[in-house]
Write a protein that binds this ligand. Structure first.
Ligand SMILES: NC(=O)c1ccc[n+]([C@@H]2O[C@H](COP(=O)([O-])OP(=O)(O)OC[C@H]3O[C@@H](n4cnc5c(N)ncnc54)[C@H](O)[C@@H]3O)[C@@H](O)[C@H]2O)c1
Length: 337
């Protein structure tokens, strides 16, 4: 069985990560692209031999070849696209953040429950190969009992204007970046978040947005684990992506941008890499950042009926923490989740 995928969005993430990843997943085929403009939808469709494209989601949802809608558009599109997909009997994958607010996330889950369809939360961090290896080590007892987790996700400036408009994006660095850090911390703490304290500000881009460009969160988990997230749009020069897990018998540091894991020699070369030594081997971002493994996992879950570790509820749980953190930014107090 091959699942027909309709990708909603033709921007950075759809074109660089999700559509190329689906090209490599045997059980799935992108059959439609829906974007804000006809030209962008067509350009992405033509690059990947996708047979249909357009700007009309309703038309795409009436296509019997579409089994799954993969929403990779800005957050103001997420709720309506997932609700419409559910109403049409299609499963949905929704990129982070699940919605702009907790209420939107709840509407999405309710629509899916009512329709009997499925919703997957496309948060790649737990699927990053290095993160998966770290989890295997932790589960094997390699660093003892985990008591602290830390994540650092930052960029210099968002790449599209809509990120800076909270009406479209839903928020600032907490909603856009800390969702990744929070999910890393949740993955290793393995316990619900009970409270969060957030501090931050708009240090670099106040002339462009009211949203915070920098935030530091401390998070308490029910089992006592302490989490710390540093997230921003204010890293001058280059992005950063680092994660740490502290245990009673050791610790793990993942520097997600330090990628020189393999060397390859080829006499002929291929489309994937030139002849000779490749050091480092050019590993596509969609592989190194876990998007291929994540989407492969979702396709398997739909095909087999297995429960995913990233069902829509995970996205809603993260939105609850984001909401409390955003409140904490103005109340100046630790907020319960
Ligand atoms: N690590 C990650 O998982 C990661 C990283 C970056 C962005 N994202 C998320 O991916 C989503 C898209 O971000 P991006 O970086 O691709 O943005 P982008 O600005 O590069 O592209 C946005 C795309 O959405 C399309 N779009 C806008 N309104 C639409 C509508 N009503 N219907 C259909 N398509 C519409 C536009 O045509 C455009 O192709 C956001 O939710 C963002 O938070 C995730």
């Amino acid at each position: 069985m091959t699942l027909g995928i309709c990708v909603v969005g033709a921007g950075f993430w759809a074109s660089q990560m999700h559509v190329p990843a689906f090209d490599r997943i045997p059980g799935a085929r992108v059959v439609r692209i829906v974007a804000a403009t006809q030209d962008s939808a067509r350009a992405l469709a033509e690059r990947h031999s996708v047979p249909a494209w357009g700007t009309d989601l309703a038309e795409a949802l009436s296509d019997p070849d579409v089994d799954v809608v993969d929403v990779v558009a800005p957050p103001d599109v997420h709720r309506d696209a997932v609700v419409a997909a559910a109403a049409a009997g299609k499963h949905a994958i929704c990129i982070k953040p699940l919605g702009r607010t907790v209420a939107e996330g709840e509407e999405m889950l309710a629509a899916v429950a009512a329709a009997g369809t499925r919703l997957f939360y496309a948060e790649n961090v737990p699927f990053i190969p290095a993160v998966q290896e770290a989890k295997r080590l932790v589960d094997a007892g390699h660093i003892g009992r985990v008591f602290r987790v830390k994540a650092n996700e930052g960029i210099g400036h968002p790449h599209s204007a809509w990120f800076l408009d909270p009406a479209r994006s839903g928020g600032g660095a907490i909603l856009d970046m800390a969702v990744h850090s929070l999910e890393f911390c949740r993955y290793f703490a393995e316990s619900p978040v009970t409270s969060v304290y957030a501090d931050g500000g708009t240090f670099l881009w106040a002339d462009e947005t009211d949203a915070e460009d920098t935030a530091v969160l401390t998070v308490r988990f029910e089992n006592g684990v302490l989490g710390q997230c540093e997230d921003s749009w204010s890293l001058v020069g280059a992005m950063d992506s680092r994660f740490e897990v502290f245990g009673t018998g050791g610790r793990i540091l993942i520097d997600n941008l330090h990628r020189q894991p393999i060397q390859v020699i080829s006499t002929a070369g291929s489309a994937a890499a030139p002849a000779g030594w490749s050091y480092p081997m050019p590993i596509a971002g969609m592989v190194a950042d876990g998007h291929l493994d994540m989407l492969t996992h979702f396709v398997e879950c739909i095909t087999t009926g297995a429960v995913s570790r990233s069902e829509g509820q995970v996205g809603l749980d993260v939105l609850q923490v984001v909401s409390a953190a955003t409140t904490s930014m103005t109340s100046g107090k630790r907020e319960d989740v």
